[in-house]
Design a protein. Structure first.
Length: 143
């Protein structure tokens, strides 16, 4: 429409039963648009809701094992981990060490690495193996 005076633009918007909406107030002269503002807000919130529905949320599931956990218990934990990965969840695996086990923390790290290798579901490591005061942990995700 070009450059219009403010009263002229307001009258033009009233004739069309629409609103005069200021888009860029910092520019000289300010940029305004004639539109149905209620319809614009509705479409904007509708688009935001659709984008929110499309987002995939991840749950982080946790598995805790010890450095000296029995083979049967490791099989159970492995199956649990595979179920979590099948559902598309991230899995945080922790190997805890207590007391005198802390002096052999390298064995705990090896047991964690071996546990990850035994998982049948294709996965990738999202966060590398980290040492924390209670042992080691790692976060894996399905490929």
């Amino acid at each position: 429409m070009g450059v219009l005076d403010t009263p002229e633009a307001i009258n033009l918007a009233k004739e069309k039963f629409l609103d005069l909406v200021e888009i860029s107030p910092k520019i000289d002269p300010p940029v305004c648009k004639i539109m149905d503002f209620g319809k614009y807000q509705y479409q904007k919130t509708k688009k935001e809701r659709q984008n929110k529905a499309k987002q995939k949320s991840f749950d982080i599931k946790g598995i805790r094992i010890r450095a000296r956990t029995n083979e049967h218990d490791l099989d159970f934990k492995r199956k649990q981990t595979e179920d979590f990965l099948k559902k598309g969840n991230k899995v945080k695996i922790e190997v805890t060490v207590r007391g005198r086990e802390k002096t052999y923390s390298d064995l705990a790290k090896k047991s964690l690495e071996n546990f990850i290798k035994t998982i049948a579901i294709p996965n990738k490591i999202e966060q590398e193996i980290k040492k924390y005061p209670g042992g080691y942990n790692v976060v894996i995700v399905p490929e």
